[in-house]
Design a protein around this ligand. Sequence first.
Ligand code: SAM
Length: 657
Amino acid sequence: MTDLIENHKQEEKMEKPKNSYRLEKFNKVNEQFFNYYRLQEIIPPNEWDMFIQTLREDLPSSFRIQNCLPEKETLIQYLEEKYFAPLRDLNDESIHAPESILFVENAFQTNMSRSTVRSHPILRDLHEFLINENTIGTMSRQEAVSMVPPLLLDIQPQHLILDACASPGSKTMQIIELMHKKSSHPDGLLIANDVDYNRCYLLVHQTLKRMPTANCVVVNTDASQFPSVLGPDSKPMFFDRVLCDVICSGDGTFRKNPDLWRTWDTQKALNLHKIQNSIASRCFELLEVGGLMAYSTCSLNPIEDEAIVAQLLRKFGDAIELVDVSQQLPGLKRVAGRSYWKVLDKNLKEFSSYNEVTSNLKNVFVPSMFPPSDEESKRFNLHRSFRIFPHHQNSGGFFVALLKKVAAVPGFDPAVQPRKPPMKKRRRTFREDPFVFLNDNVEELQSDLEKHYGVDKAQFPFNNILIRTHNTEKKKCIYYVNDKLRDFLRVNSERYKIVNAGVGILRRVDKVSASQFRLMQDGLDALLPYITKRIIDVDEDDMTLILNGYEDNHYVPLQHLNCQEILSQIECGSIVLHLKKSNFETHVTGWLGAHTVSAFISREEKIHILSMLGQDASKLKLKVLTVRKEKGLKKLANGGGDGGPKEANQEADLEVD
Ligand SMILES: C[S@@+](CC[C@H](N)C(=O)[O-])C[C@H]1O[C@@H](n2cnc3c(N)ncnc32)[C@H](O)[C@@H]1O
């Protein structure tokens, strides 16, 4: 094994030019991994070859239509008619039309490798379309098995939810969607947390930019020390739901991260076990009685999976129950969790109990790594947790356990702040702009919105408006939060490093305009129910022209529009363009100039609307493709594409063309 790693290192030094990561062919062998899992006997011997063979194959691409998207049905029909059916009709064995993922609603998977995408124009076009839709959040590209934990949590709009290890946010996105499924303005709150400050921004960029919402806050803290949330009365609150998708060795992701063939070793799981334990334990403490917590990893290793669940069951005794989810998600093939596993050192020598661990290794191995006693096994029901194997449904590997708090934890006082571990190295100072509620400074805004947009100040919750600076004169962007997020920020701002909260609804404008503020598309949903002026009903021809632009210019002269007369009677400034065509309805923020009108949304959003209307979007698609190519080239020139963070890899095959 050591030789193998050494060989790789040598080859790397000699042959690998900088940034050639994606071009390199991996030798998909790791003897230590093979031997470790053979010894664990998790995979039945007759499935072993299939297991390894599947790990060596590329992971299919999977995508999910946004759960709460009003035009979900129109989008699915569009995909079916424009791409899926024509691909099936090709009757070409080498080309697979996307197929439904059986355990997730409106989710599909297919092979989207570079060579496949290049093999047919329909696939190429579909690939581009999916990138667009993913960019604007109407669709999310997410590994199929990673969609499982939020689906088990029975998420409701009013819940207080903690996503403890949230970045890059694929499950955060799913939770937000589930909260919005039954209510377009959920009154619950999602706290998305990650210990890594930069990854908090990745989360904001990859999730909240695509799904702006008034009920989510991003905080940056160590989940194992997570401070309890104080309610409006300053009393600690408990979470209705917790997602504990912990950091792990990730050996369920070999297919997505081929670098693991080179880097996997037994130590990673052993090193992570302690922090996984602490995070899971703290999260469970903060759960409401009757509340649910999903513990999940993308690792197949029992040291990171059942051992953590067993320790929770041991520690919380009568307060905890491992929930039987065998009847949920019927299409999902899974294997019951185990009550027995082996604890192995790096030479794959087994310790059958903690007593056998030699004193020099007591800092590596801890008692919680060992399987439960016979008596514990009977009580724990570890078979209710489950593992997903890659070869069972052409997916990645995953582990999930659903835990319920059935009674209060005796002696636990949520008011007591957990001890902060000593900081190893001082990280750079946290310099976020403060979140400041407008409160007394809201009059100017109130009268502006009332005069120009017809927003009744008695109706709109102006208490929920905030800016991100103490200097109210400098406020450029105005954010909106729901009631629970407002209360959270008021009471808890000093307790958390808050990275992002709420949704931008208005922006101050410098141009000649009726109002000092223009409407932002991100927050339009929040403001729309209160706006009674400057909403213009347009017909399909006008909307198509405004979205496509006029002669390569996105400002469309009014004389070319059917709604010219209506628009010419309105003062310049921000407007809402409204169109309803059978099941599809859209509100688009726009800008009305003296002689022109334009849509204030991204090119990708324009493509989406045009596609839903069945209109031609080819000009915009070409522009988007050109811009993406230029960005890709710039990134490559700046040293991108070197296999950096995992997220970059996950997006890799979406970014290429
Ligand atoms: C497996 S990833 C989470 C993936 C994410 N849930 C998703 O679905 O996109 C684990 C995350 O945990 C974060 N993490 C590691 N240690 C942590 C800690 N002590 N507290 C909170 N987050 C932590 C890592 O920075 C990483 O972003």
